[in-house]
Write a protein that binds this ligand. Structure first.
Ligand SMILES: CC(C)(COP(=O)(O)OP(=O)(O)OC[C@H]1O[C@@H](n2cnc3c(N)ncnc32)[C@H](O)[C@@H]1OP(=O)(O)O)[C@@H](O)C(=O)NCCC(=O)NCCS
Length: 250
């Protein structure tokens, strides 16, 4: 719980080390003018360069206070869920590709596709994060996923073995989170994404998931339509801001 004595920003160790700058996260999703002042002064006192702020989208006072601080809107984060029960999409029966656990040989292609996925991210939307760092972040995510951060890396392979895309499911109790869904740009709109997400749903159901979750961006219409077709409904929308406290140029 945030009390009057708790600093409104906490340090994100992993992000700070990865980007080589001090990065923090707001401990609140709501601001008014006086909390906004406190957040900025706590962040400055702790020496943060950048603070992530996930704002309650429906709270107009928060939006005005965030804008007043100079927060930069980088993402509209949309969470969608579907129950495990109910009609499952028919199993993928595409002659052109098969979906199966990836192999170590796939990793270089998975990294290349992850870089494609990075283009829709909030880091790409914020020019203060250099493009090389954003790409390095997504390469690191897929490598970490491969090394066990998720429970499986399911890969779509073409008949000749080419890697077309991936989905990375992770169980959290009864919730199966389908993380990092991506299809190579040259292979999109050929039903690979639908096959991958369907395979992820089946994977979660086999492991006892009661619900499945996906997260995407408000600007990502292809992903939203894909998830909606497969029975996912929006459960949460957050406005994601970055507040920079150091001048551009670092
Ligand atoms: C989102 C993504 C995974 C879709 O993969 P895909 O293989 O192109 O999608 P599919 O061909 O299986 O399409 C399934 C449905 O998604 C929707 N869709 C896919 N691409 C679309 C586009 N460009 N515009 C609108 N809708 C689109 C459609 O509803 C489509 O159904 P339809 O073919 O009956 O119209 C792919 O565009 C991608 O990798 N994007 C970058 C990474 C990303 O956004 N990841 C997900 C969330 S972070």
């Amino acid at each position: 719980m945030v009390t009057a004595a708790t600093p409104l920003v906490e340090r994100l160790d992993w992000d700070s080390e990865f980007f080589g700058i001090e990065i923090g996260r707001a401990r609140t999703g709501r601001l008014d003018a006086s909390l906004a002042e406190r957040l900025a002064s706590d962040a400055r006192a702790a020496g943060f360069a950048c603070v992530y702020f996930a704002a309650a989208a429906e709270d107009f006072e928060t939006v005005v206070a965030a804008e007043g601080l100079g927060c930069h809107l980088v993402d509209v984060r949309v969470v969608l869920e579907r129950p495990a029960e109910g009609p499952l999409p028919p199993p993928t029966a595409h002659a052109e590709f098969r979906i199966e656990p990836g192999s170590a040989d796939d990793l270089p292609r998975l990294e290349a596709i992850a870089i494609d996925v990075a283009r829709a991210s909030r880091y790409a939307a914020d020019q203060r994060f250099p493009r090389e760092d954003t790409e390095r972040l997504y390469r690191t995510w897929i490598r970490n996923a491969w090394n066990g951060y998720v429970d499986a890396v399911l890969v779509a392979h073409a008949g000749d073995g080419e890697v077309l895309g991936f989905v990375c499911p992770k169980m959290h109790g009864e919730l199966c989170d389908l993380q990092l869904v991506g299809v190579a740009s040259a292979q999109r709109q050929r039903r690979v994404g639908r096959g991958l997400v369907s395979a992820g749903i089946a994977w979660g159901c086999e492991r006892g998931a009661a619900r499945l979750q996906v997260v995407t961006q408000g600007r990502n219409v292809p992903a939203q339509r894909l998830y909606q077709q497969l029975g996912f409904l929006t459960t949460e929308v957050k406005l994601y801001y970055h507040l920079w406290l150091t001048p551009a140029g670092r």
